[in-house]
Design a protein around this ligand. Structure first.
Ligand code: SAM
Length: 283
């Protein structure tokens, strides 16, 4: 067991400082004070962080700490901490360690009995959760899904029966595919896309996975939230419906009639199924 008294020791401290996810006004006075007080600031991308720090007139030695050099730079940062220098770790946005680098240095500092202190601030997942309208009492933050669809199916299958709101970070070029995969694996649950949080083009789109998967204008930085499992969830197999419609069409039935019949049979919206069919029929 290790007990840390964060503010009683005189030695060096590793501060984890949250920085804005868009709106610069969200860097707190306490964050500014800590960034001004430390000897070094470790950051993901020195060019990015320099812009932020210059905006706040903070001029410090910047050290690069990112995914590609985490091992080497953990060693370097530990040497500085052990030599009595305090360090603030920041990432490009939000909290370090939250889908961002930092875990290794935190583990190493804890092992060396150096206090690790969080300086609170913005986080995209929590902003999205509280405005989503989905259950915020219990939630699971997953972060980024794999870039490979087959791996995403596995990951979502492992989450399928969790009765908690699911929170994902997603890139704009993958969001449509992810929504479609989620629709197939989880069924047509309520879902929310929160994009460009705290920025001019912030938009919260609340709907279900089917209607969201039909949008083709989801740009910018995105948090995807999906309602948790409910015992009466019905998982509709959209690939089966597509095959059913295709089979009807091959017998000479008009696509529109085949879609109407399928919508009735599976009790889903005609219009949405029509759009889904035409967006996905050649894939
Ligand atoms: N450390 C950050 C945090 O605490 O939220 C997350 C960093 S992660 C590398 C970047 C991802 O977070 C983006 O791809 C996006 O999914 C999400 N994100 C960051 N800023 C956002 C914003 N302003 N609006 C919506 N999502 C955002």
């Amino acid at each position: 067991m290790k007990r840390q008294s964060s503010f009683l020791a005189n030695g060096p401290t590793l501060y984890l400082v949250a920085t804005p996810i868009g709106n610069l006004q969200e860097l707190s006075p306490r964050a500014i004070e800590v960034l001004n007080s430390v000897e070094y600031i470790a950051c993901e991308d020195t060019r990015n962080s320099k812009k932020l720090l210059t905006h706040f007139n903070i001029h410090k030695n910047l050290l690069a700490y990112h995914n590609f050099n985490e091992d080497v730079s953990t060693k370097g940062l530990m040497e500085l901490l052990l030599a009595g220098k305090s360090i603030a770790l920041i990432s490009d946005a939000g909290y370090p360690l939250v889908s961002d680098p930092g875990y290794n240095i935190v583990k190493a500092a804890i092992n060396a009995d150096i206090p690790v202190v969080a300086i609170s601030g913005p986080n995209a997942a929590l902003d999205a959760l509280v405005v989503s309208g989905l259950d915020s009492r219990h939630y699971l933050f997953y972060g980024f899904l794999s870039p490979k669809t087959s791996a995403v199916v596995k990951e979502l299958t492992s989450l399928r029966e969790l009765p908690y709101t699911l929170i994902f970070y997603e890139a704009p070029h993958r969001i449509q595919k992810t929504l479609k995969t989620a629709l197939t694996v989880l069924g047509n649950r309520q879902a929310v896309v929160a994009r460009e949080l705290t920025k001019l083009h912030e938009e919260i789109i609340r709907g279900d996975l089917l209607s969201l998967s039909l949008l083709d204008d989801l740009k910018g930085e995105i948090v995807l939230l999906i309602e948790g499992y409910k015992a009466d969830d019905v998982i509709i197999d959209y690939s089966k419906i597509m095959a059913h419609i295709d089979a009807d069409v091959k017998t000479g039935i008009k696509a529109k009639d085949a879609i109407n019949e399928a919508a009735k049979k599976w009790n889903i919206s005609k219009n949405e199924l029509y759009n889904y069919y035409h967006q996905n029929k050649n894939q």
